[in-house]
Design a protein around this ligand. Structure first.
Ligand SMILES: *[C@@H]1O[C@H](CO)[C@@H](O)[C@H](O)[C@H]1NC(C)=O
Length: 519
């Protein structure tokens, strides 16, 4: 009944809402971020809004109500960053690499020809809503001030200290780990220490070394808006933040009212039938079933060291299962007959297939969410960023196991695959995770659309914003109050000491008088 009513509401909403002009900015050059948000942007266009999307992966076929602004330059630094992040470096260097990368990406957006010609000149265009990838790219939040429109942020990995600051959310460091630290919400003392230090270093690095770069760009590319609105006010004035996360996928944690979980908003609910050759290969696996192996869109299987590739091939050859391997080359020398390679697979539809029993994955968030959605156990081989955390969560929750792809032996690899396939608890927990995740009042995509149009209907829904966003650092943390109380207490102690001292002197005086008398 409830679902029906919500469905009805959703159907009738467009009638109450004028079509809005929406500017979306998603410059990240890794494909998975855009794969995550594209269905949402397309749905907005499908509902009659006019969407202008500044991005790195333009549509191949034109789409109604949808304009692409292509950013070819963002790819330049990307491969460099990926390689850099796979190498060992200290905390400070790691933060520098990431923050510098985002400064460069932000500059790519603001110097792009089409952006400077059609979006930046004052009065050239107007927008009712700005939607951005909210990731240390403060200067382009300037479009909100430029067009005097509310701004919505999307974070494709969940929240952290930087995303929190946009809406004044709280993430207690004692149980909310940094996405890059590979820790879970249950931390030992030493892990909490490391989480505290990592977060503080990340904050200092951004706030004092890269935020000034962002402020310079804001002043340069938004000369008029930056006169009126300070960037440090703008980046605390988000109407809404949508997170690609959900408590059933990770862990429970607090959110302010304008921070909404829409984890897996890219997943469509009806799996499509598989291409014929693929379906036949899967059906031919008999009672053993199929293993699906993909390292995602950033790490390429074809670039694995020959010796690692060999180890993987030999392991697969020794298994009774059939294997689908996302391999980005036409030829794979020594490919056994139970292995099917392709440069691209319809991943969600494969994971939905009942004969697919195991997903060997790099542990990217989208892949992890898809495997949970379809209730499939995972073997995680993490490479970088949040992948270690995702694999650790899968291990903690009990629907997966992880291995170090750099050091694992053939025996370990095979053994782990066998354990995951043979012990029923992994498949059981994966199914249970899937049931919990799917049990939501609205699909993540519908939720994201509903909240977006809510912000439009209520002109930024400014009343959702917590008052903490307008407090300074000292007042926010009650440091002024603590200082006042401490000061008061000190004063009181001083007075008491003073009074007692005086009294003691007086009684001393009396005593000595008495003493004198008795003498
Ligand atoms: C914050 O957002 C609201 C609603 O979108 C807007 O009215 C207000 O001017 C903004 N303030 C700043 C400092 O950007």
């Amino acid at each position: 009944m409830h679902a029906l009513r919500i469905g009805f509401l959703l159907l009738t909403l467009p009638a109450y809402l004028q079509a809005a002009r929406i500017l979306a900015i998603f410059p990240f050059p890794g494909p998975s971020q855009y794969i995550n948000v594209l269905p949402y942007l397309k749905e907005l266009a499908g509902r009659g809004h006019h969407v202008t999307s500044v991005n790195a992966f333009p549509q191949k076929k034109p789409l109604a109500n949808f304009r692409d602004v292509f950013l070819p330059d963002v790819f330049d630094n990307y491969n460099e960053l990926i390689n850099e992040l796979s190498e060992p470096m200290n905390l400070w260097q790691g933060n520098n690499a990431i923050n510098k990368f985002f400064v460069d990406i932000t500059r790519c957006v603001l110097t792009n020809k089409e952006v400077t010609k059609t979006l930046l000149p004052p009065g050239k265009d107007h927008f009712d809503l700005i939607i951005v990838e909210a990731l240390r790219s403060d200067a382009y939040y300037g479009f909100a001030a430029h067009f005097n429109a509310p701004i919505i942020g999307i974070s494709t990995f969940g929240t952290d200290w930087n995303i929190d600051s946009l809406v004044g959310n709280e993430s207690p460091l004692s149980y909310t780990p940094l996405a890059t630290g590979g820790l879970t919400d249950r931390m030992t003392f030493l892990e909490r220490l490391s989480n505290f230090v990592d977060t503080t270093v990340a904050w200092i690095n951004y706030r004092f070394f890269h935020m000034p770069e962002q402020e310079k760009m804001y002043a340069k590319y938004f000369p008029e808006a930056s006169q009126k609105v300070k960037l440090t006010d703008l980046n605390r004035n988000f109407s809404l933040v949508l997170l690609n996360q959900h408590f059933s996928l990770s862990f429970s944690r607090p959110y302010v009212p304008n921070m909404i979980e829409v984890g897996g908003l890219h997943i469509s609910h009806k799996p499509a039938p598989l291409p014929k050759d693929l379906e036949e290969f899967i059906q031919g696996s008999g009672e053993h079933g199929v293993i699906y192996f993909s390292l995602g869109s950033n790490v390429l299987s074809k670039d694995l060291p020959a010796e690692r590739r060999d180890l993987i091939l030999k392991t697969f050859a020794s298994l009774p299962q059939r294997v689908l391997w996302k391999f980005e080359d036409d030829k794979l020398p020594g490919k056994p007959s139970n292995v099917f390679i392709s440069k691209w697979f319809p991943q969600p539809d494969i994971l939905a297939h009942p004969k697919v029993k195991l997903f060997i994955t790099h542990g990217g968030l989208l892949s992890t969410i898809e495997s949970i959605h379809h209730g499939k156990p995972v073997l995680g081989l993490p490479f970088f960023y949040d992948q270690f955390l995702n694999v650790r969560r899968a291990t903690q929750a009990g629907f997966g196991l992880g291995l170090d792809h750099k050091t694992m032996t053939q025996q370990e690899f095979k053994k782990t695959i066998e354990i995951l396939l043979k012990e029923p608890r992994f498949a059981q927990i994966a199914r249970q995770m899937s049931e919990r995740y799917r049990d939501q009042p609205m699909s993540p995509l519908d939720t994201a659309i509903w909240w977006t149009e809510y912000v439009l209907r209520h002109k930024g829904a400014y009343y959702m914003r917590v008052a903490g966003q307008d407090l300074g650092f000292f007042a926010y943390h009650s440091l002024d109050v603590i200082g006042f109380l401490l000061g008061g207490a000190l004063l009181l102690v001083a007075i008491i000491v003073g009074v007692l001292g005086k009294a003691a002197k007086l009684t001393d005086f009396g005593n000595s008088k008495k003493k004198l008398k008795t003498k």
